[in-house]
Design a protein around this ligand. Structure first.
Ligand SMILES: NC(=O)NCCC[C@H](N)C(=O)O
Length: 295
């Protein structure tokens, strides 16, 4: 097996449902989900990912329906993971389950100061081409996390403010891709953040997606090598991605959109080297945790 395959953590939707409202997508959807459909959609995503990457599964737990969104469990870099501390009480019980799983997986679990909301890889996205961590705040994660993440993980952090409640996590409207490319929805950001993104990512490498694509969760994409997995993309967006050399895989994730998530939120990348290849490191330990058996 190719040992450089990406490894993604998923959690089966055994107990997934919309049973409370903590984002605008959930409004009107309480008890309107179809778990059998959700299971089918989740399986299809897992099987598609398994064609190009490895998938690990953590056990689902009754009473925490949003734990299916593993991206929100923490932010992983090298052998460390910064555990999330959820803004909403409805998700806070997930923290202990993620912490136990990460520790058993051999990761060093780091904590944000008590009571500082931080929602993991939902709001903190690595841009490997620039060796940069993009950090979204304004809805869930607290802006004060940015310098703490830089210190804890020894990485440059670029904070960007989110302003549209429908795009409440950075990964709903921003997706760094291999090679320094970027999909994003500019209107989800304040003007300072829009200017910052434009200054840091060259025009030819950045695609401002349409409102329609954004609302179809096109930015909530999983990228593994040349592959991009997403709920739905317009022909224009598919053409752009293909022109950049990507292969687009559309997988309906409509059951999860009722809770405000899609492909990217349903995964957490488990092998993120501390530095991109060839970059000097200020830290001595560049090791990665051992992989658990694939499912
Ligand atoms: N955007 C994400 O990273 N995750 C989706 C989380 C959905 C969940 N219902 C929430 O509002 O926290």
């Amino acid at each position: 097996m190719n040992q450089h395959r990406d490894i993604f953590l998923m959690c089966a939707p055994e107990y997934f449902e919309v049973s409370y409202i903590i984002n605008p997508w959930m409004e009107g959807n309480v008890a309107h989900g179809n778990r059998a459909n959700a299971q089918g959609q989740w399986q299809a995503l897992m099987h598609a990912l398994q064609q190009v990457a490895q998938v690990e599964c953590m056990p689902a737990v009754a009473g925490v329906p949003d734990m299916v969104f593993t991206a929100n469990g923490g932010l992983l870099l090298g052998d460390q993971v910064v555990l999330s501390s959820f803004l909403h009480v409805q998700r806070q019980a997930e923290e202990a389950h993620f912490a136990a799983w990460f520790a058993a997986r051999g990761l060093r679990v780091l904590h944000m100061p008590h009571a500082l909301p931080f929602e993991g890889a939902g709001d903190a996205l690595l841009d490997r081409a620039a060796d940069l961590l993009w950090f979204g705040h304004g809805h869930r994660s607290d802006a004060a996390c940015a310098p703490l993440l830089a210190e804890l993980l020894d990485i440059e952090v670029q904070a960007v403010k989110l302003v549209d409640p429908r795009f409440y996590h950075l990964d709903t409207c921003f997706c760094p891709l291999q090679g320094g490319y970027l999909l994003y929805y500019p209107d989800a950001f304040d003007t300072a953040a829009q200017a910052c993104i434009a200054a840091r990512v060259p025009l030819e490498k950045r695609c401002a997606v349409s409102r329609e694509d954004a609302l179809n969760f096109a930015c909530n994409a999983v990228n593994s090598g040349e592959h991009v997995f997403l709920n739905h993309a317009s022909p224009a967006l598919i053409a752009q991605l293909q022109q950049w050399g990507f292969r687009v895989h559309q997988l309906a994730l409509t059951e999860f959109m009722k809770a405000g998530g899609a492909a990217k939120c349903l995964t957490l990348k488990m092998n993120e080297p501390r530095r991109k290849a060839g970059m000097p490191t200020r830290l001595s330990d560049d090791s990665l945790p051992a992989a658990a058996p694939a499912v």
